[in-house]
Design a protein around this ligand. Structure first.
Ligand SMILES: NC(=O)c1ccc[n+]([C@@H]2O[C@H](COP(=O)([O-])OP(=O)(O)OC[C@H]3O[C@@H](n4cnc5c(N)ncnc54)[C@H](O)[C@@H]3O)[C@@H](O)[C@H]2O)c1
Ligand SMILES: O=C(O)C1=N[C@H](C(=O)O)CCC1
Length: 257
């Protein structure tokens, strides 16, 4: 699917969407449809055969499905030589390693997996990683709409990992905390030693605060996605880039640079 002819920039990129009837999938279909350099050739949701994507000659698949089906979708895409842009959450280190393994057998195929395609959210994570070494305390509070299936969010998990890595590099130990968890969960979940709290409320879309503290001062870094349209510039950026990025790209940062 990724031969030189199809990479010709004069030809619109043929795009298939998995999870096309979902909240994000519908927004992606709209955005792809509106882009002059992209052709929406397949819309697949639960119950539709994945062969629809191959039959339509899609060069790039965008997946916004669910954490329990995304690995099978991705396995199929890589096998078929179809590049993939994945926004679906649930990518543990182990899952990423499996994807790398599949891609090793399919040189030329590109996969971009990003926990958050919002440009502001990517910057929020970068700022948090930069601030991390300067503060002894840090907690992450993510807030989402109540129909979200997973917690904590992929964004919060990714942010926690970045912060933990920066703290380790700076030689910081665990954040000070004398509190006893009287009720399990009262102090949130722990990802790589970083506390993460997940809030679900009607009216919210996708929001995150990273709260840092040290003697006499706090720093709060906050990002709000108020509309799913906020993710589209990042998704389209990845769709346009993925054919020229064989292998696995995690996060949007390398594409923004
Ligand atoms: N990376 C980002 O920027 C970003 C942004 C928003 C949401 N997300 C993530 O994207 C995912 C989807 O979010 P959503 O709010 O659109 O959820 P949603 O429930 O509205 O949509 C998921 C869709 O996938 C469909 N689906 C289920 N199994 C399928 C299968 N086997 N094949 C094809 N389609 C299938 C469902 O029927 C549904 O229409 C979640 O994991 C969410 O966390 C990521
Ligand atoms: O609405 C969702 O679901 C979102 N999921 C991603 C996550 O889990 O981080 C990104 C933000 C929106």
């Amino acid at each position: 699917m990724t031969d030189e002819l199809e990479k010709n920039p004069a030809e619109p990129i043929r795009v298939g969407v998995l999870g096309a009837r979902g909240r994000m999938g519908m927004e992606v279909c709209k955005a792809v449809d509106a882009a002059a350099d992209l052709d929406l050739v397949a819309m697949v949701d639960q119950g539709d055969p994945l062969s629809t994507v191959a039959d339509a000659g899609a060069e790039v698949v965008v997946d916004f499905t669910t954490p329990d089906v995304v690995m099978d979708n991705l396995d199929w895409c890589v096998n078929q030589g179809v590049n993939a842009v994945v926004g679906t959450t649930g990518f543990t280190g182990d899952r990423l390693e499996r994807v790398r393994g599949w891609l090793a057998g399919k040189p030329g195929v590109g996969v971009v997996i990003a926990p958050n395609f919002g440009i502001g959210a990517v910057l929020m994570m970068q700022f948090a990683a930069k601030a991390a070494r300067h503060f002894e305390s840090v907690e992450i509070i993510e807030q989402h709409h109540p129909r979200k299936l997973d917690a904590p969010s992929g964004t919060a998990t990714h942010t926690a990992r970045l912060i933990a890595q920066a703290r380790a590099e700076a030689g910081l130990g665990p954040a000070p905390d004398a509190t006893k968890d009287e009720v399990p969960g009262a102090r949130g979940a722990e990802i790589d030693g970083i506390r993460v709290h997940a809030v679900r409320a009607a009216g919210l879309v996708a929001h995150q605060e990273v709260l840092f503290g040290t003697t006499g001062e706090t720093l709060t870094i906050r990002h709000d996605s108020l509309d799913r349209a906020s993710f589209m510039p990042g998704v389209l950026l990845a769709v346009r880039a993925v054919r020229n990025r064989p292998g696995l790209t995690v996060g949007l940062d390398p594409l923004l640079d």
